[in-house]
Design a protein around this ligand. Structure first.
Ligand SMILES: Cc1ncc(COP(=O)(O)O)c(C=O)c1O
Length: 237
């Protein structure tokens, strides 16, 4: 732990445990103590540690082809996308983290609006933002880059790094009336919502709330982004 302090930048308050290995839902520290893994790497390791099928698949692929740049086609990427498209989406964008997925969604929001309003040549960005605004909710967490931080309601994540991306309005999570009033055509580029909030506490939204967001976004020509990164299923995908 002392050596780490001298070689790594301290961005996390770690528990004083040095983990060395894991098997299934068990973890072992350098002194051989056993722990039950209740965090799964913060909802990342949905299959546990050393899952034999996962190890076999990763080892097999590593032996065939390690990495290809996005400038080339790759068959496994397309095969995985085909598996996912029947579960929730028409088309897939792969990224390296939840934060990057949200950054991509921020960009998709703006690009979609510019595509939808080809007549508007030079949209003002701030103040008097035109169709480039985002809506997020109380208790939200969307990641730690400058765009994702701007969508994250808890101030302590973003305040040391301000100014973050402008043009984000925070609404009360679950308040249908306010959302309907604020989501507006010609103003709102995208609405970001966690169907079940994790970082802000375990708060589940209602079907009615999500459906009303869907309707309001459709009426306003805005994108609706479901951030399900905190859900184990989404991280597994
Ligand atoms: C809802 C939500 N969005 C985004 C993120 C950021 O994901 P990542 O840590 O993979 O960048 C998290 C992280 O837990 C999250 O819970």
């Amino acid at each position: 732990m002392e050596v780490e302090r001298s070689v790594l930048i301290g961005t996390y308050a770690r528990a004083p445990i040095v983990l060395a290995s894991g098997k299934g839902c068990k973890l072992y520290d350098v002194e051989g103590r056993e722990y039950l893994d209740m965090t799964s790497g913060i909802a990342v390791n949905a299959l546990g540690h050393g899952d034999p099928d996962w190890v076999e698949a990763v080892s097999e692929q590593a032996d065939i082809l390690t990495h290809v740049s996005n400038v080339y086609y790759s068959i496994p990427q397309v095969e995985l996308a085909k598996c996912l498209e029947c579960s929730f989406a028409d088309r897939i964008f792969f990224s390296n983290s939840g934060t990057e997925a949200n950054e991509a969604a921020i960009k998709f929001g703006r690009k979609f609006q510019r595509f939808s309003h080809p007549d508007v040549k030079e949209p003002p960005v701030m103040p008097g933002v035109t169709f480039l605004e985002y809506i997020s909710f109380s208790n939200s967490f969307h990641g730690r880059t400058m765009g994702a931080l701007a969508l994250t309601s808890k101030e302590h994540y973003g305040s040391p790094f301000e100014p973050v991306m402008p043009g984000v309005t925070f609404l009360e999570y679950g308040n249908i009336q306010t959302a309907k009033q604020v989501i507006q055509r010609g103003k709102t580029a995208a609405v970001f919502v966690e169907p079940i909030q994790g970082e802000g506490g375990i708060y589940s939204s209602t079907t009615e709330f999500l459906q009303s967001l869907r309707n309001a976004c459709d009426d306003a020509g805005a994108l609706l982004v479901f951030d399900e990164v905190g859900l184990l299923s989404a991280k597994l995908l």
